[in-house]
Design a protein around this ligand. Sequence first.
Ligand code: CLF
Ligand code: SF4
Length: 293
Amino acid sequence: ACGGFSKQAMEQAKMHPCYSEDAHHTFARMHLPVAPKCNISCNYCNRKYDCMNESRPGVTSEVLKPEQALAKFIKVKEAIKQLTVVGIAGPGDALANWEQTKSTIALIKQHSDDVIFCLSTNGLMLPRYADEIVELGVNHVTITINALDPIIGSEIYKHVVYDGVAYEGKHAAEILIFNQLQGLEMLTKKGVMVKVNIVMIRDVNDKHIPEVVKKVKSLGAFMTNIMPLIPAKGSAFEAYTQTSMKDIKEMRAICELDINQMHHCKQCRADAIGLLGQDRSIEFRECETNNDN
Ligand code: CLF
Ligand code: SF4
């Protein structure tokens, strides 16, 4: 009851497969991979453009320009009647590619006025773009916040590039965390439903997670999504242990006392299409890729 989510956001959430567990068997989402660049470097990330069948965040088979994204949306909407949500979730960061992200949303809105838009971001640029996000009519934003403590953060983030300057270590984490929390509050004050993703990394941030959850709740977050670390080949965390689902479930049970937990996340690709867990992205792939960035 403390969350002042806008009425529209709450209506939309009932048809959003990630925000409503009940909706995820009925409604589909599509991700448009229009955001190739990233402005930070997470040690668990290994972005690449595949043409294989790998499924995890950051992976995509193509990067699209806004006009190509619109064309793809039209095709998918025609084919998948349960499509309600269009999300921008990489393969880099939605806000590090703000012009592409913004144009894509604007183009799709012109074409169909009933789409629910969703963004996923590391939050670095949120303080700058929060107002524009609200003006665009985006009611659902996901921020990945893995730590509040910059020392823990410095073990997770290799660097942060903010306004053209590269930062490392504790200072990088401080800038990122400050902006994440400020951005979160700016959005929730305007009625946006914010989901906070947390990657649980054994012996790095695992014991710190309940504190993160309490903090984001106090800033108005709607739900947290505690996800396992999947050590990606070629990433700095390659040799780390994959977080077990048993540990994830235990942590969710602890945090559930504070805030809604997401239990049905499928750690989607940046170009995922369809019902959660039934990815149909292959059907709609051009694969004449323009991955020259
Ligand atoms: Fe996409 Fe994320 Fe929006 Fe959902 S996915 S941007 S909130 S529309 Fe959903 Fe996929 Fe889990 Fe994300 S199951 S990875 S939580
Ligand atoms: Fe990779 Fe996302 Fe982290 Fe950027 S914010 S480095 S794309 S995981």
